[in-house]
Design a protein around this ligand. Structure first.
Ligand SMILES: [Fe+2]
Length: 407
């Protein structure tokens, strides 16, 4: 625990770092790992290794049942479930004339400003896509816009592009980009196992409701890419709630919904142009998009989701979010969630296969108990016997718009 506290202290002290990054788009093909290839359980290859935790420190994991004591568990890193090789029924990969080419479609800036406060991470908007990359994505979205739907917290949303567009799939699984985002996160991460999350696209209309209401995400991290020209745009700001005093998700929600949130604790992020992106620990930071008051056209953002590779970190993935909020096809979401939880369980048990002879029985028991409980909960969710929606992301969110009520 002392090591962990030391790491947390150094993370907190590392606020607003400017990170100097390699030109990932220019990396030689021989240096690129195949998408979803296993990552060695080592951290040294990540450029900001000083920000990364070491392995096998003791961390406390919240209880999943009514046990009297928290588990004492190690950290163990394993890639999340790879995308399935086949496409779900009712989805078709479209014919595309352009193949993803990082040299042409990415233009990642050399420095990215990262803020780490109260254990949560976000970046200032940074250049990610080239102009050509923006144009290609806009054409793909336009070609698939007929599949967009209204959601509980979003007036118009397109999901599942990873099952319709090879370009979006290749961009999302591009290994050097995943490595860069791991550096920003301060831990190894994977593209989230729910393929429906790939290329999640939000549409905000002028005069419409907030593109997204205050919420936390059902994934650890998100990469939000602006695809509209923000020049002349009024409103439509991505807003983060960053209370000065350390607050967990529930107390942040109490402040936002109870009218005690302070406007000075809301940080608005503006994207200088289309092709800029921000990386946010959306599972910890409440965020929204303010109503769009004026713009040349709809505000379109593409969002990709990522999960920590630490299989003992509490899982941010909420089955009910995908089933009941995003209304993903039941046959798809059932498989995606099962594969996601299976990958975590494999990692948890794989850790036991490597257990040293001096591993205490309490740790062995904790690992087995956690793995068993996660799988049991997964089966209950699939059978409809449980709901796992955070209360702050449930029906309550419907009444909280895109503005802080007080302060
Ligand atoms: Fe979000």
């Amino acid at each position: 625990m002392n090591n962990l506290r030391g790491y947390m202290r150094s993370s907190l002290q590392a606020t607003k770092k400017v990170m100097h990054l390699p030109n990932v788009a220019a990396r030689k093909p021989s240096e690129r790992r195949a998408p979803n290839a296993p990552v060695p359980n080592a951290l040294s290859r990540i450029s900001v290794s000083q920000l990364l935790p070491r392995h096998n420190k003791q961390v406390e994991v919240p209880r999943m049942t009514h046990e009297p004591q928290p588990f004492i568990l190690p950290q163990y890193f394993r890639e999340g479930a790879p995308l399935p090789l086949t496409i779900p029924k009712h989805f078709t990969m479209q014919e595309e004339s352009v193949k993803f080419d990082p040299e042409r479609h990415l233009n990642i800036c050399k420095e990215i400003a990262v803020s780490r406060s109260h254990g949560s991470v976000y970046t200032k908007p940074f250049r990610l896509l080239s102009e050509e990359g923006v144009e290609v994505l806009r054409r793909i979205i336009e070609a698939n816009e007929e599949h967009a739907k209204q959601m509980v917290r979003s007036p118009k949303c397109l999901r599942g592009l990873g099952y319709r567009s090879q370009f979006v799939r290749d961009l999302s699984t591009y290994r050097p980009l995943l490595d860069l985002l791991s550096s920003l996160a301060g831990e190894p991460i994977s593209l989230h196992a729910h393929g429906m999350n790939i290329g999640h696209t939000n549409f905000g209309e002028v005069g419409g409701a907030a593109a997204e209401k205050w919420h936390v995400d059902s994934v650890d991290y998100v990469l939000i890419v602006m695809l509209s020209d923000p020049v002349g745009m009024q409103g439509g700001d991505l807003q983060l709630y960053l209370p000065q005093a350390a607050a967990d998700a529930h107390s942040s929600w109490d402040q936002l919904s109870g009218g005690t949130a302070r406007k000075e604790d809301v940080r608005s992020l503006q994207f200088p142009s289309a092709g800029y992106a921000t990386f946010v620990q959306g599972s910890k930071i409440f965020h929204t998009v303010s109503p769009l008051l004026a713009a040349k056209g709809p505000r379109i953002t593409l969002v990709n989701s990522f999960t920590s590779n630490n299989v003992f970190k509490p899982d941010s993935t909420r089955f009910s979010s995908y089933k009941d909020t995003f209304l993903d096809p039941p046959d798809v979401v059932d498989i995606e969630f099962s594969r996601h939880r299976a990958a975590r369980a494999i990692g948890q048990l794989e850790h036991l296969l490597n257990a040293s002879w001096d591993t205490p029985a309490v740790e062995l028991a904790s690992v087995l108990q956690l793995a068993g409980q996660e799988l049991l909960m997964t089966s209950r969710l699939l059978r409809g016997e449980e709901k796992d929606m955070l209360s702050c992301n449930s029906a309550e969110q419907k009444r909280i718009g895109g503005d802080v009520k007080a302060g």
